[in-house]
Ligand binder design. Structure first.
Ligand code: FES
Length: 102
């Protein structure tokens, strides 16, 4: 299960699909994740803030994600691109907040 706080403040909970990047699973929620570049770490429209207690449990961003995040004016300490986070069962309970529009 994943917990997602949308841009409008609404809270969503859903059972994520193993092996699929979160962006694809967040987009249908209409909670603010757009995914314009279809998961290529090139648009930033899948930007989320990971709950602090989860930040160390995710793999670190690769150089492409890091470059994109570096361009984001609303970057925070636990910012991630949800297209670069593949859901695995060890992420059960993960909580995210969709970043506001830039
Ligand atoms: Fe474009 Fe994630 S979908 S950066």
């Amino acid at each position: 299960m994943i917990i997602v706080n949308g841009q409008d403040g609404a809270r969503h909970e859903f059972d994520a699909k193993k092996g699929q990047a979160l962006m694809w699973q967040l987009r249908p929620l209409k909670a603010g994740v757009v995914g314009l570049c279809n998961g290529n770490a090139a648009c930033g429209t899948c930007h989320v803030y990971v709950a602090p207690e989860w930040a160390d449990r995710l793999e670190a961003p690769d150089e492409y994600e890091e470059e994109m995040l570096a361009e984001m004016s609303n970057r925070q300490k636990f910012s991630r691109l949800s297209c670069q986070i593949e859901y695995q069962p060890d992420l059960d309970g993960l909580e995210l907040t969709v970043a506001p529009r830039r």
